[in-house]
Ligand binder design. Structure first.
Ligand code: BTN
Length: 328
């Protein structure tokens, strides 16, 4: 079974330079700490520059960290990470078919809970109900987290709902954009989609073996990058945002929410969810595999995260999956 890779010399070099907070660190000091020669150090600095980092070099003063590239690099996410197990291993790809597909496969191979797979672009980004997820290169956050939760299969919607709450709070904290949630997994600004969440499982009888929660956030996408129903943080704010920082903020908050969920605190998550929901009290139709259910959206079931709809007859029906549309 593959083990997490130890931090590379370049990761450690970045950490030393970052810790110096934009002041120079002498080459001699760095070489000693990394246990490498001065010429090897120079090679590592050149490699980082080639990856897009700006590092100043001065013969007298040494090296100074100036800026990082806008890439979802493992080092960039980890530099802002404050978690105990989520993201303890991060694998990043320039292009991949689907981060969810890869994370499920790594789950099968026995990799640890908390593994994060990130990509700059996806060629077969998976959406809900067999749809595709537009994943233009360098514009969004496409990431999947491998989890091994103590949950029954009927409870997995709880993870999706908890993730939606976390995405909203991370986006609000990092960018000021107040998104809302449409059950079960759409994060919206107005009626346009900012983020989608896809939870997939590998199960045995009624036990979850492992689970992958995949998150696609439209960060710096332009209107041309997205389907007509999509929007991005950039389109809402008019600014470009650092994707690695936003991804780290999401992972930091996700770990807290996930720990709460594992301690049985779903009711607290439901309360946050209700305050962000666009549905409560609205006339809706749930379009599912077994036909349409029309009525007033009442709220979330605290046992399994299903949506309760009150029909005209007064009977309340539980909806476990489907697409929700508003009716005027
Ligand atoms: C949806 O709203 O339909 C869900 C979209 C989920 C997209 C993300 S992007 C990262 C992860 N990998 C995938 O293939 N899909 C999810």
């Amino acid at each position: 079974m593959p083990n997490p890779t130890p931090p590379s010399t370049e990761s450690e070099l970045l950490r030393i330079l970052r810790d110096a907070e934009h002041t120079y660190v002498s080459g001699e000091q760095i070489s000693k700490k990394l246990n490498v020669t001065r010429s090897a150090l120079w090679k590592h600095v050149s490699n980082l520059r080639q990856s897009g980092y700006t590092i100043n070099a001065s013969t007298k003063r040494g090296y100074k960290f100036v800026s990082a590239p806008d890439l979802l690099l493992c080092d960039e996410i980890q530099a802002h990470l404050d978690t105990s197990f989520i993201g303890s291993q991060i694998l990043t790809y320039e292009t991949i078919d689907s981060t969810n597909r890869a994370a499920l496969q790594f789950g099968e191979q026995g990799l640890k809970e908390g593994l994060v797979i990130c990509a700059e672009s996806q060629t077969k980004g998976r959406g809900r109900l067999g749809r595709a997820w537009a994943s233009p290169k360098g514009k969004g956050i496409y990431l999947s987290i491998l989890l091994r939760p103590k949950l029954e299969i009927r409870e997995i919607a709880k993870i999706t709902l908890a993730t939606a709450v976390t995405v909203c709070s991370a986006i609000a904290a990092e960018t000021g954009v107040q998104a809302q949630i449409r059950w079960p997994n759409d994060v919206l600004v107005g009626d346009k989609k900012l983020c989608g969440i896809l939870t997939e499982i590998s199960a045995e009888a009624d036990r979850v073996k492992h689970l992958v929660v995949g998150v696609g956030i439209n960060v710096n996408s332009t209107a041309e990058d997205l389907p007509p129903v999509g929007t991005s943080v950039h389109l809402v704010t008019g600014k470009a945002w650092n994707r690695a920082r936003l991804a780290a903020r999401f992972l930091n908050e996700f770990e807290k929410t996930y720990k709460a969920l594992q301690k049985g605190k779903f009711a607290e998550i439901v309360r946050d969810w209700e305050s962000l929901s666009v549905l409560s009290g609205k006339n809706v139709v749930a379009k599912g595999l077994n036909g349409d259910i029309e009525g007033v959206a009442m709220g979330i079931d605290e046992e399994d995260g299903a949506l309760w709809i009150r029909r005209d007859t007064g009977i309340q029906t539980k909806v476990l999956s489907g697409d929700i549309q508003f009716i005027r």
